[in-house]
Design a protein around this ligand. Structure first.
Ligand code: BGC
Length: 746
């Protein structure tokens, strides 16, 4: 009788080799298939397929009853009795929705980021899931790209730190634990660099830049133990990632030693034909399996084509076995051979109400959300607000529970979102007065409305207020006139920052801008609460708003968290993980750009320097920037030595002081500038940060240790080296406001 041999369970390699030895070619190919379970799919058909050994795992099925039925089919009805695994996009929370990636990154708080992933894993595993397609660690420097929202920003160091924290959170001490899920880092590789920020476009990039800037986060996730990799949809220097043997074999397997499972993105193998590198489906399947795509997601090509390809000898049995071993290895690592029902549990224990609040982690979500917000402006200390005030709350995002969740909000339900309106009302109850008017639709552009409606397949996302815009504005203005202060919640709807939602403009849509202009004309203090999934062009807003809080899409507890910040119950500490350009024409605007021969010099806007002559140069808000309700100063940098020996370390110290009147927290950032090297190096690079909380008047000395490793980069031969010479250490509160000192590497 063919089946996994429990006597070999203690030895992963022997166990899997024994299993593979018993499998037919058809059963092997079945393991390489990852199928999306849609709500309307006939259950009997799925069970039949699984029992016949034609499916290795599923995604998009998050209900115990369904997953148990499928697992029963696999382990009780199929010949080989190999368990299935159940995957899902658990990207920023599961039932409890945390802030989107950019928000998590804005916290610069690794234990907090890890906690968000841990909670997501606890909830997802309790819903019978074994694997997530996350973390998404694509570096993005072009905010036109809609998936910028999902990632953690522009900086390889920060994103790598977050990648590690997320993997630790999802997988816990081991992906085999009942309350852990396996992480599959995505999208391998370079998806964030699609040309022009247009989704699915090509990526053409020098190897040096790949190694230096774009690849480190994937490697960090793998080093942290991510059991899976999802392969990107884009091509890389002419070869689609899904057919790219250099990427999948030379880099991922040989150079990085990845031993887990590689899954394609949705339909990516079929798309090889449209990329124009495969004549037909047969050739696409051949290219993908040879490159090392272990599992095909949501297409039928492996099922249809691999048998013939093996028979003709074009694909060897060893190539099939290699992928089968990776899939079975991942299942082993998820603990499924020890117990296929590890996360499914017994029917008697199934939750009565999947959406019960008791299954959620609201306190965690609120804590993470309030730490994810970035105070961009606060003129004349407009914030914090008094709870006893009369506040006019306006804007299409003030009471928008679905938008609040952001895109890829997994099993989150909009009914569980606390909107800003609710959060403020609760905070002000019995104290002040909260007036509310919607004021404008997110957009009135019919083409965009149609697009957003198209994206919205399971909820009514874009509910347009049918009133004439002028009437809506008039209502809001009348309300503003009765108030002490106006809070306007404006930005993007969640569908505007999503997969395939690339934009050609970064401004706040015209309908909302018109509202803001009318509110400004009332002369009342104007506080903007921004909700958006990418850096926006905020030139008008920064000039006209009295205060501006970037809240991203802040999740299930967003309304409470924003109210905490607006009323000063929490003093904001978030810092931008991505630069905000002044205009779309400045893109790419990233702080760590390579040096040039004629750099623009502030205050000397002369000709023949690298600049745009029509507007001020540099970002509107730099990387690392974020205000607080208190003030901090950073002292001059003192170095323990002006010379660093190979293998040694020097200490860089600064004293940070809270010079304001409130307790506050800030992220103190360490940048390094390589003064001269064998290749052009960035103007500076983040190499460390520390979060510090200080009482009013309190000072603390922070120490950053710098070693040779912190000075390393990839040279023209792609060797990771630290070259001798001078370096500048910069320490400060953002990428521009820094103190500096120099040392020499011997
Ligand atoms: C996305 C992936 C996602 C997959 C499965 C694709 O469209 O690019 O990020 O994991 O769908 O839902």
């Amino acid at each position: 009788m063919a089946a996994p041999n429990p006597a070999l369970l203690h030895d992963k390699q022997a166990f899997i080799a024994d299993l593979v030895g018993q499998m037919t070619l058809a059963e092997k190919i079945g393991q390489l298939r990852l199928i999306s379970i849609g709500p309307d799919m006939p259950r009997e058909k799925i069970v039949q397929e699984i029992a016949a050994g034609r499916i290795g795992g599923t995604f998009n099925s998050v209900v115990h009853v369904d997953n148990r039925m499928m697992q029963d089919a696999a382990v009780k009805k199929s010949r080989m009795k190999i368990p299935m695994f159940f995957a899902y996009d658990v990207v920023h929370g599961h039932r409890t929705i945390f802030p989107i990636g950019l928000g998590l990154a804005s916290s610069w708080d690794m234990p907090l980021v890890e906690r968000s992933a841990r909670v997501a894993a606890i909830e997802a595993s309790a819903d019978s899931l074994d694997m997530t397609f996350a973390p998404m660690v694509d570096i993005s420097r072009d905010p036109r790209w809609g998936r910028t929202s999902e990632g953690f920003g522009e900086d390889p160091y920060l994103v790598s730190r977050i990648a590690r924290a997320m993997v630790r959170g999802y997988q816990g001490p081991s992906p085999a634990r009942r309350d852990s899920i396996m992480a599959s880092v995505k999208h391998f590789a370079l998806y964030g660099a699609v040309e022009g920020g247009r989704d699915y476009n090509i990526v053409d990039m020098s190897p040096m830049r790949m190694y230096q800037d774009y690849l480190p986060p994937y490697l960090a996730a793998i080093e942290a133990g991510a059991g899976g990799v999802m392969v990107a949809l884009n091509s890389i220097n002419g070869v689609p990632a899904s057919a790219n043997t250099w990427l999948m074999q030379d880099l991922l397997r040989k150079e990085w030693g990845f031993g887990g499972v590689a899954v394609s993105d949705h339909g990516a193998i079929t798309e090889l034909v449209r990329h124009g590198v495969a004549r037909d489906g047969r050739e696409a399947a051949k290219l993908a399996i040879k490159a090392g795509i272990d599992m095909s997601m949501a297409d039928t090509l492996y099922l249809q084509e691999l048998p013939g390809l093996v028979e003709s000898g074009e694909v060897s049995m060893e190539e099939i076995d290699r992928s089968v071993r990776n899939v079975l290895g991942a299942k082993y690592d998820m603990g499924l051979f020890h117990d296929p029902y590890l996360r499914i549990g017994a029917a008697a224990d199934d939750p009565a109400d999947l959406y019960a609040d008791s299954r959620m982690h609201r306190a965690d979500a609120r804590e993470v959300a309030r730490r994810s917000m970035v105070l961009l402006e606060n003129k004349n200390q407009t914030l914090p607000l008094r709870k006893t005030a009369t506040v006019a709350l306006v804007g299409p995002l003030a009471d928008a529970p679905l938008d609040m969740m952001g895109s890829w909000s997994a099993a989150g339900k909009s009914q569980s979102s606390v909107t800003l309106r609710r959060g403020m009302a609760e905070a002000m109850r019995g104290k002040g007065r909260l007036l509310y008017a919607v004021g404008a639709n997110v957009t009135d552009d019919p083409q965009i409305v149609e697009y957003l409606n198209f994206l919205n397949w399971d909820d009514k996302e874009v509910l347009q207020d049918p009133r004439p815009p002028a009437d809506m504005i008039a209502e809001a203005v009348a309300m503003a006139k009765q108030a002490d202060v106006v809070v306007a919640a404006v930005g993007e709807s969640r569908g505007m920052s999503h997969e395939s939602s690339s934009r050609t403009r970064l401004d706040i849509p015209a309908s909302q801008r018109a509202l803001l202009e009318a509110l400004k004309a009332t002369g009342k203090p104007l506080v903007l609460v921004l909700m958006n999934g990418r850096p926006l062009d905020l030139q008008w807003e920064s000039a006209n708003a009295d205060a501006m809080l970037e809240t991203w899409f802040s999740g299930s507890e967003g309304g409470h968290a924003i109210a905490d910040v607006l009323f000063g119950d929490y003093n904001p500490s978030g810092k931008l993980p991505i630069s905000f350009p002044r205009s779309i024409g400045q893109i790419p605007t990233y702080y760590n750009h390579p040096r040039v021969g004629r750099p623009f010099v502030e205050g000397k806007p002369g000709n023949y320097t690298s600049q745009y002559f029509e507007e001020k140069n540099g970002p509107l808000y730099p990387f690392g920037y974020g205000l607080s309700y208190t003030d901090f100063t950073v002292s001059a940098v003192s170095l323990s030595s002006a010379r660093l020996e190979r293998g040694g370390r020097i200490a860089a110290r600064v004293t940070v002081t809270n010079t304001g009147r409130r307790k506050g927290e800030t992220a103190v950032q360490l940048y390094i500038r390589d003064e001269a090297a064998s290749v052009v190096r960035p103007v500076k690079e983040l190499r460390g940060f520390q979060k510090v909380t200080l009482e009013p008047g309190e000072s603390r000395t922070l120490q950053f240790d710098i070693g040779e490793d912190d000075l390393k980069f990839f040279n023209a031969r792609l060797e990771h080296v630290a070259e001798p010479g001078e370096f500048e250490v910069q320490i400060g509160l953002d990428s521009q406001a820094v103190q500096s000192a120099r040392f020499e590497l011997l």
